[in-house]
Write a protein of this length. Structure first.
Length: 216
């Protein structure tokens, strides 16, 4: 009787292992799911036709000036200079990433205010990460800078920038409240053309971090 009980244990274990192996073999079968993965597109542009200027080329207006610190902007009695702003497609993708600014026949104390819209032409939300003015990158406010545009070692203009760093722009959305001021300084030669560019760099909304990133 004892030998029968002893033999019953391995038989039970064998049956249990066979059942477990059968279940494992079924559980191990591979399930294949076919699907399609698409990625979003990051794209932004200065919206053409959105430029608003205090002193545009067409229609011509009277010149204006301001006090130090861009305070008390006011009109002058003369119409001598003007500012021509155009949008440029930098990489041929059909989106205008650059503002090209030419201040023609201007003189010390000439003042200009320029506003514009930025449009998200991509398929995912973006945030404005930095702005490049005359080749210099800025990541946060306040932005005040001076530029030497004729390479004589003296600053010709000063620029004050508006807001919108880190603002989220949804696909197909346009933001309309961005602007900057330009004031021609005393060292600038009279009756001259001053030229500079402005470029935005936007980034995927969930990758945004204020400030520069290594390698960028």
């Amino acid at each position: 009787m004892k030998s029968k009980k002893f033999m019953a244990i391995p038989i039970f274990l064998i049956i249990a292992l066979v059942l477990m192996g059968f279940a494992y073999a079924h559980w191990e079968k591979i399930v294949t799911i076919n699907g399609k993965v698409t990625t979003g597109e990051v794209c932004w542009e200065f919206e053409e036709g959105s430029i608003i200027q205090r002193d545009p080329y067409d229609p011509p207006t009277k010149d204006s000036t301001c006090d130090p610190g861009f305070t008390n902007p006011r009109w002058l009695d003369k119409n001598v200079g003007y500012t021509n702003v155009t949008v440029l497609d930098q990489d041929g993708d059909g989106c205008n990433e650059i503002l090209d600014v030419k201040m023609v026949n201007v003189y010390p104390c000439y003042y200009e205010h320029i506003a514009f819209w930025v449009h998200n032409c991509g398929s995912i939300p973006i945030k404005i990460w930095k702005v490049i003015i005359g080749g210099q990158a800025f990541y946060a406010l306040p932005i005040y800078m001076q530029l030497d545009l004729n390479n004589d070692g003296k600053a010709d203009i000063e620029i004050k920038w508006g807001d919108n760093f880190g603002v989220q722009i949804e696909p197909c959305q346009t933001i309309t409240d961005i602007s900057f001021d330009v004031h021609v300084l005393q060292p600038a030669p009279p009756d001259t053309t001053l030229h500079f560019t402005i470029e935005f760099v936007a980034i995927n909304w969930n990758e945004y971090a204020a400030g520069p990133v290594d390698g960028c």
